[in-house]
Design a protein around this ligand. Structure first.
Ligand code: GTP
Ligand code: MG
Length: 699
């Protein structure tokens, strides 16, 4: 059984925009709490959290890390996901593992639109929150501005709980308003110094403390009465009131500091223990609803060890020493090492290997983990990120988290024959680790297509493919799956005759081609009367047409939205065969196609772009320039959402453009809408390009 009583456990995720200091803050928390002897740094590549080679050379996180420390007899599991928008899936999954979040805001960068979106996700999940204002050591850092923008952008006025402290010009520590002391700390030793509030700061502290007292008193009638009667709350009541407010989501305590200077960390650690909920206190996690995977009936579990085991896998990775690891949040019951678990998302039984608690890349074996714990399970073969695991005698399947869909695709080609197998094996494994990546082989173009959330996401996948699986690929823009269709009806005869001695070949049919409405594909009619073509040859005629449909007459793209009828023909009692009719039909179709006014079709995507209001003009102008048709524009919080129809051919590099148009604050999603005719002025160019390409392939 896990040693920790669950009331002394906290599961917390750090969330912020990219590069604001989550990993540095996590490192400072580990250092200040004594979990690590040295304060690692991003610049030197020595943090516990960022250890993958892709993280070290980029100096930023690319995958979620799990960390663990202890403070005031309470164990804290810290989850540190990457902040890059391209890797949003990691944060979305991390939120399933925790009971609360620390929102990290950069004092110099403020609140960006991606953080506003994350905030609304946190609110929907009902996760209590603390705010940490980082980078206060930087020149130009403006805490006041951030407090104001919180009210405007997050809809909640934060209550400052610590204030920056400097005796000279440099940040030296913080004024801890709750404990009423100055806390200074150093980067070479973990312990901090607690000093009395100096005379010249007493007034500021008094005012700020009054705000805290009021905020705590407002949470509860009894507290309010006491506050009004006595003029202040006892320290115990103050903490209770603040805890009530934080856990109800109506109070956002604001802590200030600098992660790289190890400043402001102690008050934050105290707040994690004092204000954030334990796994059993977290309201939205206390009773968990799911479905019975066989009957579909609603079932639920309580977040207690007495209920049967259930949990959610929020991350999968392949560790170089331990092999496949599934990171799981135990939601109910107790999970034992080396036991049978049931994967209710895949209806399969799995034998778990060892269980581990995790500190970055270090894994410590534990015999079991109770409700509320976060552990890694070794050796689960079929389990993937997002799956529910449960007791095989008490089945439950929790709703799957909706992950962002890939928006950018690249065609990839193994560099050599030796790479072919490695590429598909490696990509298969990478997708198991990261469900926001997609890999497919395009039915029309036969290309291997890797899709992800943006350029960074694809680059990372290819780097990992090389490093972990030794597979080299070349990358280029994917081919557009153009199609061909016809504008008018046309008729033609296909006749295949070879009758020079011995057994000959004879097939003869008249075909009529007619356009079908867009999206209807292909239809075949038999209108032969009087047995001019015997019935048994008609399927061969259809087969011949279907084969010919695969290569249109303009540039060899598949022909769609076309009805073909066979209405006349002739046969020979000895020489006719299925083969002869198939060839004849194929010849007839090609002839008719040429006179039926063939045209090119291109895929059109529905694109939804979200961008800050002040960048909207540029985004719309750019979409128009991409032959886009704007359907509507809608205001949403501080952003605008544009829906447009845009040809796929114009969107291949859109992720990069949108990024530069919106200074990294825009995002978009797209899906296939329909096929439309390619404008006449572009058709010639596409046909030429395709001819050149086919020629190159042939040689
Ligand atoms: N001056 C200053 N720099 C900081 C502070 N905290 C972090 N940094 C620097 O900011 C950069 C980004 O810090 P990270 O800790 O990697 O930020 P992150 O939020 O984890 O970044 P992602 O994982 O990429 O989203 C690094 O170069 C840090 O050294 C701080 O308090 N003050
Ligand atoms: Mg990071």
């Amino acid at each position: 059984m896990s040693e920790i009583p669950r009331e002394s456990l906290r599961n917390v995720a750090m969330i912020s925009s990219a590069g604001v200091g989550k990993t540095s803050l996590a490192e400072a928390i580990l250092f200040a709490s004594g979990a690590v002897p040295r304060l690692g740094s991003i610049v030197q590549g020595t943090t516990v959290s960022d250890f993958e080679p892709e993280e070290l050379h980029r100096r930023s996180s690319v995958s979620t890390s799990l960390l663990r420390c202890s403070w005031n007899h309470t164990t804290i599991n810290l989850v540190d996901p990457p902040g890059a928008l391209n890797l949003l899936g990691e944060t979305v999954m991390a939120l399933r593992a925790v009971d609360a979040v620390i929102l990290v805001v950069g004092a110099s960068s403020g609140i960006r639109s991606d953080l506003i979106r994350l905030w609304s996700r946190v609110k929907t999940l009902g996760l209590p929150c603390l705010l940490f204002l980082n980078e206060l050591d930087k020149d130009g850092a403006s805490p006041d501005l951030v407090v104001e923008t919180c009210q405007r952008d997050l809809g909640i006025m934060p209550v400052p709980m610590s204030l920056p402290w400097c005796s000279g010009v440099q940040l030296e520590g913080v004024l801890d308003l709750l404990q009423q002391s100055v806390i200074t700390s150093r980067t070479d030793i973990p312990t901090s110094q607690h000093l009395p509030i100096p005379e010249n700061a007493k007034m500021v502290v008094g005012d700020a403390r009054k705000r805290i007292q009021e905020a705590a008193a407002e949470r509860d009638d009894r507290l309010l009465e006491q506050y009004l009667a006595a003029g202040e709350l006892t320290q115990e009541d103050l903490i209770n009131g603040l805890r009530l407010g934080v856990q109800a989501g109506t109070l956002l305590p604001l802590y200030s500091g600098s992660a790289i200077k190890n400043i402001g960390i102690v008050p934050l650690l105290n707040a994690i223990v004092d204000f954030l909920p334990s796994p059993m206190e977290q309201a939205s996690r206390a009773l968990l609803g799911g479905l019975h995977p066989n009957t579909g009936e609603a079932v639920s579990r309580r977040a207690v060890q007495e209920d049967p085991f259930s949990g959610i896998v929020f991350k999968t990775l392949v560790d170089p020493f331990l092999g496949r690891l599934s990171y799981v949040r135990v939601l109910s019951g107790v999970l034992h090492a080396d036991s049978m678990v049931f994967n209710s998302s895949r209806s399969s039984k799995e034998k778990s290997g060892h269980l581990y608690t995790v500190l970055g890349k270090k894994h410590m074996v534990v015999p079991s983990a109770g409700a509320g714990e976060i552990v890694a399970i070794g050796k689960l073969k079929d389990t993937q990120t997002g799956d529910t695991l449960c007791d095989e005698h008490a089945l439950i399947c929790y709703p799957r988290t909706v992950l962002p869909r890939p928006v950018l695709s690249f065609a990839i080609e193994p560099k050599s024959n030796a790479d072919i197998e490695k590429v598909s094996l490696g990509l298969h494994k990478l997708i198991e680790e990261d469900p926001t990546l997609e890999f497919s082989r395009h039915a029309d173009t036969k290309e291997m297509v890797l899709s992800g959330m943006g350029q960074l996401h694809i680059d990372l996948a290819l780097e990992k493919l090389r490093r972990k699986y030794g597979a080299e690929v070349t990358v280029h823009m994917p081919k557009i799956p153009y199609r061909e269709t016809i504008r008018t009806t046309a008729q033609a005869q296909g006749k295949y005759k070879k009758q020079t001695g011995g057994h000959g070949q004879y097939g003869d049919c008249w075909l009529e081609l007619a356009p079908l409405p867009r999206g209807e594909g292909f239809k075949f009619d038999n209108k032969v009367v009087g047995g001019v073509i015997p019935r048994n040859f008609i399927p061969a005629v259809e087969k011949g047409v279907v084969e010919a449909l695969q290569h249109g007459s303009l540039a060899g793209f598949p022909v769609v939205d076309c009805r073909v009828a066979v209405y006349d023909g002739s046969y020979h009692s000895v020489d006719s065969s299925e083969m002869a009719f198939k060839i004849a039909a194929s010849m007839g179709f090609k002839k008719a196609l040429e006179v039926a006014h063939p045209v090119l079709l291109e895929p059109i995507m529905t694109v939804e772009v979200e961008a800050p209001a002040d960048h909207i003009g540029g985004v719309i102008g750019d979409l128009n320039g991409r032959r886009g048709r704007i359907l509507h524009v809608e205001a949403k919080d501080q952003t605008e959402q544009i829906t447009a129809l845009v040809p796929m051919a114009e969107l291949l590099t859109y992720a990069t453009t949108l990024n530069s148009l919106t200074a990294g604050r825009g995002s978009y999603a797209m899906e296939f809408a329909r096929y439309d005719e390619v404008p006449r002025e572009l058709t010639g160019r596409i046909i030429e390009a395709h001819k050149v390409e086919s020629h190159a392939v042939a040689h």
